[in-house]
Unconditional design. Structure first.
Length: 198
C-alpha cells in the first residue's frame, strides 16, 4: 500500500470514528434526557443509561467529564426538544395560547414525563445541583417565557411578561401536582381547573 493510499484510508477511518462518536454521544444525551425526566437524575445510574442507549459503560467517560456534566447537557437536550415541540405547536394553529394550554395541561402530558416539559421534572435539580445546571434552566425558562409573551391574554395592570410568568408557573405547578397524586379524577380536576383559570 502506498503512503498516499494509507493516509487517505486513515483519514476516512478517523472521519467515520468521529462521526460515530458524535452519534453515540447524541444517543446518550437523548436517552438521558428521557430517563432523567422519567426517573429523576438520582434514579438513573451510568451503567443503566449506557445500556439503554445501546452502548457500553466504558464509553461514558470518553464522552462526558462526569455525571454532573451529563445532567447539564441532557437538560439542555430536553429543553431543546421542548422548545422544538413548542415551536411546531405554535406554528400549527390559529390559536396558539389555547393550543399550548390544551397540550401542556393534558392527561397525555401527565402520563409521559419522559417526553414532556423538563421543568416539571428537572427544575428541582437546579436548586440541588447549582451551577451550571441553574444557568441552563434559566436560559430555557427565558426562552419559554418569550414564546408565551406574545400569546398570553392581556390582563389589566399586568405586563405580558408578568402574565407569562404567572401562566408558566401555574402550568408547571399543576402538572407536578397532577403527577404527584394517585387519584386520576383529582389529577384531571387539577389540570382542568388550572386550564380554565388561565
Amino acid at each position: 500500500m502506498r503512503v498516499n493510499e494509507f493516509n487517505r484510508d486513515w483519514v476516512q477511518v478517523m472521519r467515520v470514528s468521529r462521526e460515530q462518536a458524535e452519534k453515540n454521544r447524541q444517543a446518550v444525551l437523548e436517552t438521558a434526557a428521557q430517563l432523567f425526566r422519567q426517573r429523576g437524575v438520582d434514579g438513573v445510574g451510568v451503567a443503566d443509561l449506557m445500556k439503554a442507549a445501546g452502548l457500553t459503560h466504558g464509553g461514558f467517560y470518553g464522552q462526558f467529564k462526569s455525571k454532573e456534566d451529563l445532567v447539564t447537557q441532557a437538560t439542555t437536550q430536553a429543553l431543546r426538544e421542548n422548545e422544538d415541540n413548542r415551536q411546531r405547536a405554535l406554528k400549527s394553529t390559529d390559536n396558539p395560547w389555547e393550543a399550548i394550554k390544551q397540550s401542556y395541561l393534558s392527561p397525555l402530558h401527565r402520563r409521559h414525563p419522559e417526553a414532556g416539559c423538563a421543568f416539571t421534572t428537572l427544575a428541582v435539580e437546579g436548586s440541588r445541583r447549582g451551577e451550571p445546571l441553574q444557568s441552563v434552566l434559566t436560559s430555557g425558562l427565558e426562552h419559554f417565557l418569550k414564546d408565551l409573551e406574545p400569546i398570553v391574554p392581556r390582563k389589566r395592570g399586568k405586563t405580558r411578561r408578568e402574565q407569562s410568568i404567572t401562566a408558566l408557573s401555574a402550568m408547571v405547578g399543576a402538572m407536578v401536582l397532577a403527577r404527584a397524586v394517585d387519584d386520576d379524577a383529582l389529577a384531571t380536576e387539577i389540570l382542568d381547573t388550572v386550564k380554565d383559570g388561565l
